[in-house]
Ligand binder design. Structure first.
Ligand code: ADP
Length: 428
């Protein structure tokens, strides 16, 4: 594209002069071309083609390219409108009589780039008007191109957003369908399984004398395996059910929930000579009390279960973060970093069920609950040094996050415990 702001004699400006009067056309051409060949030709050379009627101009425009049209405004039948309708992109400079300022302004209002008075032609001014008209039109066209490109990008972004939304909805639907499928299948599996276990029990009760010790032992193993399978199915059912639940958006009383959990875990706490302590106050959060309770119970119970020391200690508290973060910390066996992600996979266990009983679904359910509340769960742990599970929850509407000091009470053991002010943990 020619840059007409540069003064370059090699740039050619093709002018279509639409003028019915031969004399006027000669005057105009002379005024435009006056500097041609002279040393001071600046802003490019003008190549003028004349059309003596609008029809001829339209014919020329159909066959050739022009940079600008110089139009006699006196031509009959709204020449500007006709010219613009056949060649909307060509800049137009209208030529009027000196005393016809009204006509000139009207032409500008209708899209002409500039006007000049024919009876006072000044070559320098005319050339400048032409160059500016061409430049302005090009700038306008450039702006229009940018605007179109921006509109196209905007449209593309909107399309991509809509596509993403529809994919997310599709994924949601598939997940729900999978959950439903797993739920129905698991549910259907339970019945024959119960039948098998019941028949085994009957065999053991009624035909015990006909079986030797090995036979009896094998039947008992069969019953045990049936029970284990039933537990797995029950966990799978819970997992599927959690997926289908829309968490209720209510403010919940975490302290009451945790107190309740500790009460229900009391037999296990006593049996293990353990302690569960809560760093109050806990933050006001929003969510489904039943689901949150299920998640916290699971984490606290794990802290007690995966713990070999004589006095297990589980600590639950919160961090002054936005959104609120809860932590559940134990002084148990800990978990190697390489397993930190896989323990959230359903039925993935790091130990045999003889060592620590369980199905391996607990943490997957916890994560599903936290996800459903728009939160995040992660773990910090080192083998032999206990584990800390962190989870974020939605703040209660209008709730104040308490300024909680982490690890207010040191865990009883093991030796690694570092008080809050010395700790390098993000909690410290
Ligand atoms: P389960 O408790 O039924 O085994 P989970 O899904 O709750 O299943 O846990 C998965 C695995 O993660 C457990 O088998 C255990 O190996 C590990 N794990 C979970 N919580 C802890 C913890 N607090 N300390 C050490 N290991 C843990």
């Amino acid at each position: 594209m020619d840059d007409l702001t540069k003064h370059d004699s090699t740039v050619r400006i093709r002018v279509l002069l639409i003028e019915s009067s031969r004399a006027d056309a000669r005057l105009v051409t002379r005024a435009i071309s006056h500097a041609r060949g002279a040393m001071e030709v600046r802003g490019g050379l003008f190549v003028v083609t004349r059309a003596d009627s609008l029809d001829e101009a339209i014919d020329l425009l159909a066959r050739n390219d022009y940079d600008v049209a110089l139009l006699d405004a006196q031509l009959p039948e709204s020449p500007l409108a006709q010219l613009q309708s056949v060649s909307p992109e060509i800049p137009v400079v209208v030529m009027t009589r000196y005393d016809d300022e009204g006509l000139a302004l009207e032409a500008i209002q209708h899209g002409a780039q500039d006007y000049v008075a024919k009876d006072e032609l000044d070559g320098r001014l005319l050339r400048r008007a032409i160059r500016h008209a061409v430049q302005r039109k090009r700038s306008e066209a450039e702006l229009l191109r940018h605007a179109r490109r921006a509109a196209a990008s905007q449209l593309q972004i909107e399309c991509q957003a809509a596509e993403l939304k529809s994919r997310a909805e599709q994924l949601d639907r598939i997940t729900r369908e999978l959950d439903d499928f797993a739920y129905i299948t698991s549910h259907d599996l339970k019945e024959p399984l119960r039948g098998i276990a019941a028949y085994c029990e009957i065999l053991l009760a009624d035909y015990a004398e006909q079986l030797d010790d090995t036979g009896q032992h094998r039947l008992k193993t069969l019953v045990r395996l049936c029970n284990r399978l039933e537990n797995l199915i029950n966990d799978l059912l819970t997992y599927c059910r959690v997926g289908g639940v829309q968490p209720a958006e209510t403010n919940i009383d975490l302290e009451a929930i945790v107190t309740d959990i500790i009460q229900t875990l009391h037999p296990a706490i006593d049996r293990r000579n353990a302690q569960v302590s809560v760093q109050r106050p806990l933050p006001p959060v929003n969510g489904d009390p039943t689901l949150i309770a299920m998640a916290l119970r699971n984490l606290i119970a794990n802290g007690l279960k995966f713990n070999d020391i004589p006095n297990p200690h589980v600590q639950l508290g919160s961090l002054a973060t936005e959104p609120p973060t809860l932590y559940i910390r134990d002084n148990g066996i800990g978990i190697d970093r390489k397993h930190h992600e896989e323990i959230f996979t359903i039925f993935r266990r790091l130990h045999g069920s003889k060592q620590y009983e369980g199905s391996g679904a607990g943490l997957t359910i916890v994560r599903k609950i936290v996800d459903a509340h728009g939160g995040r769960i992660w773990i910090e742990s080192t083998p032999g040094q206990g584990s800390t599970f962190f989870l974020t929850l939605a703040p209660a509407a209008g709730g104040q996050i308490p300024e909680q000091v982490a690890w207010a009470t040191p865990l009883a053991a093991p030796h690694w415990f570092v008080p809050a002010h010395q700790s390098e943990s993000p909690l410290g």
